[in-house]
Design a protein around this ligand. Structure first.
Ligand code: NAD
Ligand code: ZN
Length: 273
Protein backbone atom coordinates (compact mmCIF):
# COMPACT_ATOMS: atom_id res chain seq x y z
CA UNK A 1 0.00 0.00 0.00
CA UNK A 2 2.85 2.39 0.90
CA UNK A 3 4.47 1.74 -2.48
CA UNK A 4 1.50 3.55 -4.04
CA UNK A 5 2.22 6.76 -2.12
CA UNK A 6 4.45 9.32 -3.81
CA UNK A 7 7.82 10.11 -2.19
CA UNK A 8 6.62 13.73 -1.80
CA UNK A 9 3.56 12.63 0.17
CA UNK A 10 5.61 10.26 2.37
CA UNK A 11 8.01 13.17 3.07
CA UNK A 12 5.06 15.37 4.07
CA UNK A 13 3.78 12.66 6.45
CA UNK A 14 7.28 12.49 7.97
CA UNK A 15 7.29 16.30 8.36
CA UNK A 16 3.89 16.16 10.07
CA UNK A 17 5.09 13.36 12.40
CA UNK A 18 8.15 15.38 13.44
CA UNK A 19 5.98 18.39 14.25
CA UNK A 20 3.48 16.26 16.18
CA UNK A 21 5.91 14.07 18.14
CA UNK A 22 6.95 16.76 20.64
CA UNK A 23 3.68 18.67 20.90
CA UNK A 24 1.69 18.57 24.14
CA UNK A 25 -1.65 19.87 22.90
CA UNK A 26 -3.33 18.59 19.75
CA UNK A 27 -6.89 19.05 18.49
CA UNK A 28 -8.38 16.80 15.81
CA UNK A 29 -11.63 17.45 13.94
CA UNK A 30 -13.11 14.62 11.89
CA UNK A 31 -15.89 14.64 9.30
CA UNK A 32 -17.81 12.17 7.18
CA UNK A 33 -14.66 11.26 5.19
CA UNK A 34 -13.16 9.46 8.21
CA UNK A 35 -16.02 6.93 8.03
CA UNK A 36 -16.01 6.64 4.22
CA UNK A 37 -13.59 3.66 4.27
CA UNK A 38 -16.01 1.89 6.65
CA UNK A 39 -18.64 2.09 3.87
CA UNK A 40 -20.68 5.02 5.20
CA UNK A 41 -21.38 7.53 2.41
CA UNK A 42 -20.49 11.19 2.95
CA UNK A 43 -22.95 14.00 2.26
CA UNK A 44 -21.00 14.83 -0.91
CA UNK A 45 -21.46 11.28 -2.29
CA UNK A 46 -24.51 10.80 -4.49
CA UNK A 47 -27.37 9.10 -2.64
CA UNK A 48 -28.45 5.67 -3.81
CA UNK A 49 -31.64 3.60 -4.20
CA UNK A 50 -34.91 5.24 -3.19
CA UNK A 51 -33.09 8.40 -2.17
CA UNK A 52 -31.15 9.11 -5.32
CA UNK A 53 -33.38 12.06 -6.26
CA UNK A 54 -32.88 13.81 -2.92
CA UNK A 55 -29.93 15.86 -1.68
CA UNK A 56 -28.92 15.08 1.90
CA UNK A 57 -28.76 18.82 2.63
CA UNK A 58 -32.48 19.10 1.75
CA UNK A 59 -33.53 16.33 4.14
CA UNK A 60 -31.39 17.18 7.19
CA UNK A 61 -33.23 20.40 8.02
CA UNK A 62 -35.96 21.45 10.49
CA UNK A 63 -38.01 22.83 7.57
CA UNK A 64 -37.97 19.46 5.81
CA UNK A 65 -39.18 17.72 8.98
CA UNK A 66 -41.92 20.33 9.53
CA UNK A 67 -43.06 19.92 5.90
CA UNK A 68 -42.88 16.14 5.67
CA UNK A 69 -41.90 14.39 8.94
CA UNK A 70 -42.51 10.92 7.48
CA UNK A 71 -40.09 11.54 4.61
CA UNK A 72 -37.29 12.75 6.92
CA UNK A 73 -37.93 9.99 9.51
CA UNK A 74 -37.85 7.33 6.74
CA UNK A 75 -34.55 8.71 5.48
CA UNK A 76 -33.00 8.53 8.93
CA UNK A 77 -34.29 4.99 9.48
CA UNK A 78 -32.70 4.08 6.14
CA UNK A 79 -29.44 5.74 7.20
CA UNK A 80 -29.51 3.83 10.50
CA UNK A 81 -29.96 0.57 8.59
CA UNK A 82 -27.01 1.55 6.40
CA UNK A 83 -24.73 2.36 9.34
CA UNK A 84 -25.84 -0.43 11.74
CA UNK A 85 -23.36 -3.10 10.66
CA UNK A 86 -20.45 -0.79 9.88
CA UNK A 87 -17.25 -1.08 11.89
CA UNK A 88 -14.24 1.19 12.51
CA UNK A 89 -11.56 1.43 9.82
CA UNK A 90 -7.81 2.04 10.35
CA UNK A 91 -8.39 5.81 10.69
CA UNK A 92 -10.65 5.27 13.72
CA UNK A 93 -8.46 2.59 15.31
CA UNK A 94 -5.27 4.59 14.79
CA UNK A 95 -6.83 7.69 16.33
CA UNK A 96 -7.90 5.61 19.37
CA UNK A 97 -4.36 4.19 19.75
CA UNK A 98 -2.90 7.66 19.43
CA UNK A 99 -5.24 9.01 22.12
CA UNK A 100 -4.07 6.20 24.41
CA UNK A 101 -0.42 6.88 23.56
CA UNK A 102 -0.95 10.62 24.21
CA UNK A 103 -2.59 9.98 27.60
CA UNK A 104 0.36 7.79 28.63
CA UNK A 105 2.77 10.54 27.61
CA UNK A 106 1.06 13.54 29.26
CA UNK A 107 -0.13 14.92 25.93
CA UNK A 108 -3.59 16.34 25.47
CA UNK A 109 -5.30 15.01 22.34
CA UNK A 110 -8.86 16.28 21.97
CA UNK A 111 -10.96 14.49 19.36
CA UNK A 112 -13.97 16.39 17.99
CA UNK A 113 -16.28 14.95 15.33
CA UNK A 114 -19.02 16.21 13.05
CA UNK A 115 -20.08 12.60 12.53
CA UNK A 116 -23.25 11.18 14.00
CA UNK A 117 -22.10 7.54 13.80
CA UNK A 118 -20.36 5.93 16.79
CA UNK A 119 -17.32 4.46 15.04
CA UNK A 120 -14.84 6.55 17.07
CA UNK A 121 -16.37 5.16 20.28
CA UNK A 122 -16.42 1.62 18.86
CA UNK A 123 -12.67 1.99 18.20
CA UNK A 124 -12.12 3.06 21.84
CA UNK A 125 -11.80 6.85 21.53
CA UNK A 126 -13.19 9.53 23.78
CA UNK A 127 -14.88 11.95 21.40
CA UNK A 128 -17.00 15.10 21.47
CA UNK A 129 -19.90 15.05 18.99
CA UNK A 130 -20.79 18.46 17.54
CA UNK A 131 -23.73 17.26 15.44
CA UNK A 132 -25.48 14.74 17.71
CA UNK A 133 -25.93 11.00 17.77
CA UNK A 134 -27.62 8.85 15.14
CA UNK A 135 -28.65 6.30 17.78
CA UNK A 136 -30.66 8.69 19.91
CA UNK A 137 -34.04 10.34 19.34
CA UNK A 138 -35.82 13.27 20.92
CA UNK A 139 -39.25 14.85 20.85
CA UNK A 140 -39.51 17.62 18.25
CA UNK A 141 -41.80 19.58 20.62
CA UNK A 142 -40.65 19.12 24.23
CA UNK A 143 -37.08 17.81 23.67
CA UNK A 144 -37.51 14.68 25.86
CA UNK A 145 -34.79 12.26 24.75
CA UNK A 146 -35.55 8.68 23.75
CA UNK A 147 -33.11 5.89 23.06
CA UNK A 148 -33.49 4.39 19.63
CA UNK A 149 -35.46 1.33 20.74
CA UNK A 150 -34.65 -0.77 17.66
CA UNK A 151 -31.01 -0.48 18.70
CA UNK A 152 -31.66 -1.78 22.20
CA UNK A 153 -34.14 -4.57 21.44
CA UNK A 154 -32.02 -6.29 18.84
CA UNK A 155 -29.68 -9.11 19.85
CA UNK A 156 -27.16 -8.06 17.25
CA UNK A 157 -26.82 -5.22 14.80
CA UNK A 158 -27.93 -7.49 11.96
CA UNK A 159 -31.29 -8.07 13.73
CA UNK A 160 -32.16 -4.41 13.93
CA UNK A 161 -35.40 -3.32 12.33
CA UNK A 162 -35.84 0.34 11.50
CA UNK A 163 -39.57 0.93 11.26
CA UNK A 164 -40.51 3.82 8.99
CA UNK A 165 -43.74 4.65 10.88
CA UNK A 166 -43.61 7.92 12.77
CA UNK A 167 -43.68 7.70 16.56
CA UNK A 168 -45.03 10.25 19.02
CA UNK A 169 -43.87 11.51 22.41
CA UNK A 170 -45.52 9.88 25.42
CA UNK A 171 -45.51 13.27 27.24
CA UNK A 172 -46.79 15.75 24.65
CA UNK A 173 -47.73 13.80 21.51
CA UNK A 174 -45.12 15.58 19.36
CA UNK A 175 -43.29 13.66 16.64
CA UNK A 176 -40.05 11.93 17.61
CA UNK A 177 -37.04 13.02 15.55
CA UNK A 178 -33.39 11.93 15.47
CA UNK A 179 -31.27 13.75 18.08
CA UNK A 180 -29.11 15.28 15.38
CA UNK A 181 -28.13 18.88 14.73
CA UNK A 182 -29.69 19.73 11.40
CA UNK A 183 -28.54 22.44 8.98
CA UNK A 184 -29.60 25.79 10.45
CA UNK A 185 -29.81 24.51 14.06
CA UNK A 186 -27.61 25.49 17.01
CA UNK A 187 -24.83 23.17 18.20
CA UNK A 188 -24.97 21.65 21.71
CA UNK A 189 -23.51 24.29 24.06
CA UNK A 190 -21.18 22.04 26.07
CA UNK A 191 -19.78 20.24 23.01
CA UNK A 192 -19.15 23.51 21.20
CA UNK A 193 -17.40 24.99 24.25
CA UNK A 194 -15.12 21.92 24.46
CA UNK A 195 -14.33 22.27 20.74
CA UNK A 196 -13.62 26.01 20.91
CA UNK A 197 -11.34 25.63 23.93
CA UNK A 198 -9.43 22.75 22.35
CA UNK A 199 -9.02 24.61 19.03
CA UNK A 200 -7.99 27.89 20.67
CA UNK A 201 -5.39 26.22 22.93
CA UNK A 202 -3.85 23.58 20.67
CA UNK A 203 -0.41 23.71 19.11
CA UNK A 204 -1.47 21.59 16.12
CA UNK A 205 -4.97 21.31 14.62
CA UNK A 206 -5.68 18.35 12.31
CA UNK A 207 -8.72 18.34 10.04
CA UNK A 208 -9.57 14.85 8.75
CA UNK A 209 -12.17 13.97 6.12
CA UNK A 210 -14.22 17.13 6.24
CA UNK A 211 -15.23 19.33 3.32
CA UNK A 212 -14.78 22.41 5.58
CA UNK A 213 -18.06 23.76 4.22
CA UNK A 214 -20.30 23.29 7.26
CA UNK A 215 -20.09 26.10 9.83
CA UNK A 216 -19.50 26.72 12.68
CA UNK A 217 -17.36 23.51 12.77
CA UNK A 218 -15.34 24.69 9.76
CA UNK A 219 -14.36 27.82 11.73
CA UNK A 220 -12.43 25.79 14.33
CA UNK A 221 -9.35 25.56 12.11
CA UNK A 222 -9.38 29.35 11.68
CA UNK A 223 -9.65 29.81 15.45
CA UNK A 224 -6.68 27.49 15.97
CA UNK A 225 -4.62 29.27 13.31
CA UNK A 226 -5.39 32.69 14.82
CA UNK A 227 -3.99 31.39 18.11
CA UNK A 228 -0.76 30.20 16.51
CA UNK A 229 -1.48 26.53 15.76
CA UNK A 230 -0.04 24.63 12.80
CA UNK A 231 -2.86 23.29 10.58
CA UNK A 232 -2.71 19.83 8.98
CA UNK A 233 -5.41 18.57 6.61
CA UNK A 234 -6.01 14.94 5.60
CA UNK A 235 -8.36 14.66 2.63
CA UNK A 236 -7.90 13.07 -0.82
CA UNK A 237 -9.78 16.02 -2.34
CA UNK A 238 -9.11 19.77 -2.20
CA UNK A 239 -11.16 21.88 0.25
CA UNK A 240 -11.74 25.64 0.51
CA UNK A 241 -9.52 25.66 3.63
CA UNK A 242 -6.78 28.13 2.67
CA UNK A 243 -4.93 28.25 6.00
CA UNK A 244 -3.49 24.74 5.87
CA UNK A 245 0.27 24.33 6.53
CA UNK A 246 0.54 20.65 5.59
CA UNK A 247 -1.84 18.91 3.18
CA UNK A 248 -1.86 15.11 3.19
CA UNK A 249 -3.95 14.34 0.13
CA UNK A 250 -4.87 10.68 0.60
CA UNK A 251 -7.50 8.55 2.32
CA UNK A 252 -7.63 8.97 6.09
CA UNK A 253 -7.03 5.26 6.85
CA UNK A 254 -3.84 5.16 4.80
CA UNK A 255 -2.42 8.45 6.09
CA UNK A 256 -3.30 7.86 9.75
CA UNK A 257 -1.66 4.40 9.77
CA UNK A 258 1.56 5.80 8.29
CA UNK A 259 1.51 8.91 10.49
CA UNK A 260 1.07 6.81 13.64
CA UNK A 261 3.98 4.51 12.65
CA UNK A 262 6.22 7.55 12.19
CA UNK A 263 5.13 9.26 15.42
CA UNK A 264 5.68 6.03 17.36
CA UNK A 265 9.16 5.60 15.84
CA UNK A 266 10.10 9.19 16.74
CA UNK A 267 8.66 8.88 20.24
CA UNK A 268 10.73 5.77 21.00
CA UNK A 269 13.86 7.78 20.13
CA UNK A 270 12.63 10.81 22.10
CA UNK A 271 10.27 9.49 24.81
CA UNK A 272 7.53 12.02 25.56
CA UNK A 273 7.76 12.55 29.31
P1 NAD B 1 -18.93 16.11 3.79
O1 NAD B 1 -19.79 15.03 3.25
O2 NAD B 1 -19.31 17.52 3.52
O3 NAD B 1 -17.44 15.94 3.23
C1 NAD B 1 -16.74 14.74 3.30
C2 NAD B 1 -15.29 15.01 2.98
O4 NAD B 1 -14.59 13.78 3.17
C3 NAD B 1 -15.02 15.47 1.55
O5 NAD B 1 -14.20 16.62 1.57
C4 NAD B 1 -14.26 14.28 0.93
O6 NAD B 1 -13.27 14.70 0.01
C5 NAD B 1 -13.63 13.65 2.15
N1 NAD B 1 -13.31 12.22 2.02
C6 NAD B 1 -13.96 11.27 1.31
N2 NAD B 1 -13.38 10.07 1.49
C7 NAD B 1 -12.36 10.27 2.36
C8 NAD B 1 -11.39 9.41 2.95
N3 NAD B 1 -11.35 8.09 2.70
N4 NAD B 1 -10.48 9.95 3.80
C9 NAD B 1 -10.48 11.28 4.08
N5 NAD B 1 -11.38 12.13 3.53
C10 NAD B 1 -12.30 11.64 2.69
O7 NAD B 1 -18.82 15.84 5.34
P2 NAD B 1 -18.55 16.82 6.57
O8 NAD B 1 -17.50 17.79 6.20
O9 NAD B 1 -18.38 15.93 7.74
O10 NAD B 1 -19.89 17.71 6.79
C11 NAD B 1 -21.21 17.41 6.43
C12 NAD B 1 -22.16 16.91 7.50
O11 NAD B 1 -22.31 15.57 7.17
C13 NAD B 1 -21.78 16.86 8.94
O12 NAD B 1 -22.67 17.66 9.65
C14 NAD B 1 -22.01 15.41 9.38
O13 NAD B 1 -22.79 15.36 10.56
C15 NAD B 1 -22.78 14.81 8.27
N6 NAD B 1 -22.52 13.39 7.92
C16 NAD B 1 -22.09 12.48 8.85
C17 NAD B 1 -21.83 11.16 8.46
C18 NAD B 1 -21.38 10.17 9.51
O14 NAD B 1 -21.70 10.33 10.69
N7 NAD B 1 -20.60 9.15 9.14
C19 NAD B 1 -22.01 10.76 7.14
C20 NAD B 1 -22.46 11.73 6.21
C21 NAD B 1 -22.70 13.04 6.61
ZN1 ZN C 1 -42.75 15.68 23.75
Amino acid sequence: MLAELSPALIAEVQRAAKILADKKCICILTGAGVSAESGIPTFRDKQTGLWENYAAEDLATPDAFARDPKLVWSWYQWRRQLVADKTPNPAHTTLAQWQQHAANNHQQLTLITQNVDDLHEQAGSTVTHLHGNLWQNRCSQCDTTYENHSNRLANSKNDMVFDEDLITCQHCGGYIRPDIVWFGEALPVQAWQTAEEAAANCEVFISIGTSSLVYPAAGLAQLAKKNGAIIIEINPNPTPNTIVDITLAEKAGIIMSLLMQKITALSSIQPLL
